[in-house]
Write a protein that binds this ligand. Structure first.
Ligand code: SOE
Length: 385
């Protein structure tokens, strides 16, 4: 059994979730290779050692470059803010390490292009790269992709996607790195908007061709967490709304916001086609709503609720009996399974860095459209009608 030593870089929220995934993946699935939590990397040695102890990693260091020289490290798992993704990913690929990089892939298109080029070169040596758009691996959404690919919705006309959070609705919420352009690249648009852009392109098997957008920053200055009398300047979007046209002709609407008061992590997507529709809400993540125009007689027509927990549903062979349900972390376990399988079988994991680059291009286009306000037709407040 091939041994795959993992080096985790970053140990905050994403580092903790990825640790859970690396711990659980071998319990849930019979894998063609065995991943191990070899070394955890953090900016401060003592905090990294404490996190390694708590999260079950064999070793820890504050020097990310040192893990690239280790023969017992085969996968570098990047869970840091976006401003370090490109440097770490390119160095890891060039050192012959497979790379899993959290989303969004980078903070700019140029960085994402550099990563995609490095991945193309590394692929010639059998080295793989993957970007962590995990919602593709929620079983209900993987099933949605299957149904659309089978033609059950017919020609796709609409996508309606929203990713709603509310952790910034209160102006007293403290300043964080996610509100600094140089650290995060973008705000809600890059952090959660990237998920619904990737997810919609994945579900349709199509790409966005053009966008028209508005973004807003509602609160420009926030108190620092460690000294509330001092403040930080917010330099990213708090919310983005945009329309989009797909290459295949479908029209789409998107909303990504951190001000949807009361919505904690509400990712919602609906796809309408000429033969039916699909709808998903992450707050009911084990369910998929399906309207089959071809099958429902007039007096029984309606959306049906598919409980996506059957053994034959995507990824469910590794889990519990029908109806027992999965959670947020399971998509990360599925991500780990698919990466390990791709590495062992010598195939390309999806999404790779080319797909991550496509998402980055959409984010850049949304920001360009929002900045070019002239494309937004203002209402004539003093008109005669
Ligand atoms: C934002 O708060 C966030 O943590 C995203 O960064 C993750 O990608 C998403 O899965 C949950 O929300």
């Amino acid at each position: 059994m091939q041994h795959l030593g993992v080096a985790l870089i970053g140990h905050s929220f994403m580092g903790a979730v990825h640790s859970q995934a690396w711990r659980a993946v071998g319990h849930a699935y019979d894998l063609p290779a065995r991943p191990a939590r070899t070394v955890l990397v953090g900016r401060r040695a003592q905090a990294a050692a404490h996190a390694a102890e708590r999260l079950g990693w064999q070793d820890s260091t504050d020097d990310w470059k040192s893990v690239l020289r280790r023969d017992d490290v085969h996968i570098v798992d990047i869970c840091t803010p976006g401003d370090s993704h490109a440097e770490i990913a390119v160095a890891a690929l060039e050192a012959g390490k497979h790379v899993l990089c959290e989303k969004p892939q980078a903070n700019t298109v140029a960085e994402a292009e550099t990563m995609a080029a490095a991945a193309r070169r590394a692929r010639e040596q059998g080295i793989r790269a993957m970007v962590g758009f995990t919602y593709r691996r929620v079983p209900a959404l993987a099933l949605a992709r299957q149904l659309i690919a089978e033609g059950r919705l017919g020609d796709i006309r609409h996508v309606r996607a929203a990713y709603l959070q509310d952790w910034l609705y209160d102006p007293r919420a403290p300043f964080t790195w996610r509100l600094q352009r140089e650290r995060a690249g973008a705000g809600a648009l890059g952090d959660i908007g990237s998920h619904i852009v990737d997810l919609s392109q994945y579900l349709l098997g199509d790409t966005i061709d053009a966008v028209s957008a508005q973004t807003a920053t509602f609160v420009g200055v926030r108190p620092l967490a460690d000294s509330p009398e001092r403040t930080g300047q917010v330099t990213v979007d708090d919310a983005a709304v945009f329309t989009a046209r797909f290459t295949g002709g479908a029209l789409a609407t998107y909303e990504a916001t951190r001000y949807a008061t009361g919505r904690k992590n509400a990712l919602r997507i609906e796809v309408n086609g000429s033969c039916g529709s699909l709808a998903f809400d992450f707050e009911s993540m084990n369910e998929l709503s399906f309207y089959d125009a071809a099958q429902d007689a007039e007096n029984t027509a309606g959306f049906r609720r598919i409980l996506v927990t059957e053994p034959g549903h995507p990824y469910l062979e590794g889990w519990w009996p029908p109806g027992h349900g999965l959670g947020y972390e399971h998509a990360f376990v599925h991500q780990a399974r698919d990466l390990v399988t791709a590495i062992a079988e010598g195939t390309d994991p999806a999404p790779g860095f080319e797909e991550g680059l496509r998402v980055q291009r959409v984010i850049a286009a949304v920001e360009a459209s929002a900045a070019d306000g002239s494309r937004y037709t203002r209402i004539d407040r003093h008109g005669s009608v």
